[in-house]
Design a protein. Sequence first.
Length: 197
Amino acid sequence: MLTHTNHVRSGHSWTLALLAALSFGFASPAPAADDDTSTYDRDSVIKDATEFFGEMTEGLAKVIEKAFNEQGRPNGYIKGEEIAGAIGVGLRYGDGTLTLKQGGSAKVYWQGPSIGFDLGANASKVFILVYNLPKTQDIYQRFPGIDGSLYYVAGAGINYQQRNDIVLAPIRLGVGLRTGASVGYMHYTPTKTLNPL
């Protein structure tokens, strides 16, 4: 009798193990972070950025390469324009359209203080790579700049802003550059405001 009970228990264990194995076999694998359907590849980003800026420069290619090496593949981008001015300390205002690879777009405005130890103003285009943004609405918050992240080469510049897992990487060319831009933070909003804070 004892042997029969053990046999039944053993058979029951095997059944559970088999069911567990089958459930794992049929479970859908989690999408990879760099899945082609949810992120942009390097070549398409370089192509879009080149068309957006109207030119391809050695600096633009290098800053995009740097972003891919450090952050991986972005799942979105913002194409926009901005104005910046400085009298000792600078201000920056911009607007553009956010597009996510898996669908969805939204109008975005941004404003914030920047360090620019010069006198003057400029207007320029900006192409912002967006990483780990779950949905378009999550862009509407303040993103602190990462100290020491400004990278400038051959007329192009990139720096990083981050809140939790979301990383933004604004790319600027030529006159749109201002040394130390976005040190502090940038506030991204759904509507235009003159308040830089």
